[in-house]
Design a protein around this ligand. Structure first.
Ligand SMILES: *[C@@H]1O[C@H](CO)[C@@H](O)[C@H](O)[C@H]1NC(C)=O
Ligand SMILES: *[C@@H]1O[C@H](CO)[C@@H](O)[C@H](O)[C@H]1NC(C)=O
Ligand SMILES: *[C@@H]1O[C@H](CO)[C@@H](O)[C@H](O)[C@H]1NC(C)=O
Length: 315
């Protein structure tokens, strides 16, 4: 069975950013994949996607909203923390956008679809072609309705938070799960994936963004899909504390290390920008190890299914 698309979302609310004074942002602009999508993929889908039905949305909105979750996403909790409304998805045109817009699309990749097509053939095309660069284009198209002059934009964006990601996780889903590529080969693409994130940050900074929060990717060696597809009878391959696959978590850490290094370079290049890192990896491991400390949060991964049900391994 073809693995159409996999993204996973862990519910958690606490994460650490680098030590900068918190601002009370008056708007949020969000880019990324299913970890942040509040409806774009659903609006964009022609067929009936699995996530248009319960249990999606069950615990908070009481109906499916297009979020790849039964409840709220991290970006929803952020909006809440700043007294802002939930971000309207960009594709739901005609919304009030002064307090932010969400450009994230479930299934989106950091790299453009053409790269996957070149590597994996037509069967390797990502579920969505609304990749990071398309989301950036959307933002640039929308920008004149937010502010028209450099001065006006500087004033407005000085109080905006740009959430750039999580993005990149799907690139690895396509390489590993759809493409069946080896760890060694996929490793050689990590600088490309990080480079696409860097390019997005630079493009946003040039458009006036000042406050940017850039999350790393999740420990996908803990994802049930990966645990199934890459099952090993050898206990040595699993982390003793978490039960997650060592080699895949090491891979996620490798991506995050390259991303951190790139963010350091960007901070030097753009000293006036506040470029923060969000450790989604560390936060999800903490929740996985002691779910009871986090109220109702649990170490679950959510999979948005498109058309065909994503069946990892078994069926
Ligand atoms: C931020 O400002 C909003 C609107 O003025 C307010 O409702 C909210 O409580 C403030 N949040 C913090 C953390 O100060
Ligand atoms: C994505 O693909 C659809 C269908 O092939 C096409 O109509 C659309 O223009 C593409 N969008 C982008 C941003 O490439
Ligand atoms: C910027 O200019 C365009 C075209 O004149 C106008 O439609 C838009 O409302 C303006 N945006 C702002 C924020 O004033």
């Amino acid at each position: 069975m073809k693995l159409q698309m996999l993204t996973f979302i862990l519910l958690f609310s606490i994460f650490h950013t680098s030590h900068t004074t918190p601002l009370n942002y008056t708007s949020i602009f969000s880019f990324g994949d299913s970890l942040a999508d509040t409806g774009n993929a659903l609006i964009n889908s022609k067929s009936d996607p699995g996530f248009a039905r319960l249990p999606y949305g069950m615990t908070y909105f009481m109906h499916p909203t297009g979020r790849c979750s039964d409840g709220r996403l991290i970006v929803d909790f952020m909006a809440n923390a700043f007294g802002l409304p939930f971000l309207p998805p960009y594709l739901a045109h005609g919304q009030n956008i002064r307090q932010g817009v969400n450009f994230a699309v479930a299934g989106a990749t950091a790299l453009d679809p053409a790269f996957f097509q070149g590597l994996l053939g037509d069967g390797g095309l990502p579920f969505t072609n609304l990749s990071l660069s398309t989301q950036l284009r959307w933002f640039e198209k929308l920008k004149p309705s937010l502010c028209n002059t450099t001065t006006a934009c500087a004033g407005y964006f000085s109080k905006s938070l740009f959430l750039v990601g999580e993005i990149g996780g799907n690139d690895y889903n396509y390489f590993f799960l759809l493409g069946g590529k080896s760890s060694k080969e996929v490793k050689s693409y990590v600088p490309k994936v990080v480079g696409a994130i860097v390019a997005a940050i630079e493009r946003l900074v040039k458009n006036g963004a000042v406050n940017l929060l850039v999350p790393g990717i999740l420990p996908f060696g803990c994802s049930s899909a990966y645990l199934t597809v890459f099952y090993s009878p050898n206990k040595e391959e699993y982390e003793p504390r978490t039960g997650c696959l060592k080699w895949l978590n090491a891979f996620a850490k490798y991506h995050n290390a390259l991303l951190l290094r790139a963010l350091d370079e960007l901070r030097r290049k753009y000293p006036r920008a506040r470029i923060m890192y969000a450790d989604y990896y560390g936060a999800s491991i903490r929740i996985g190890l002691s779910p009871r400390h986090f109220g109702k949060l649990s170490f679950l991964d959510y999979i948005c299914t498109f058309g065909h049900l994503v069946a990892a391994g078994g069926t």
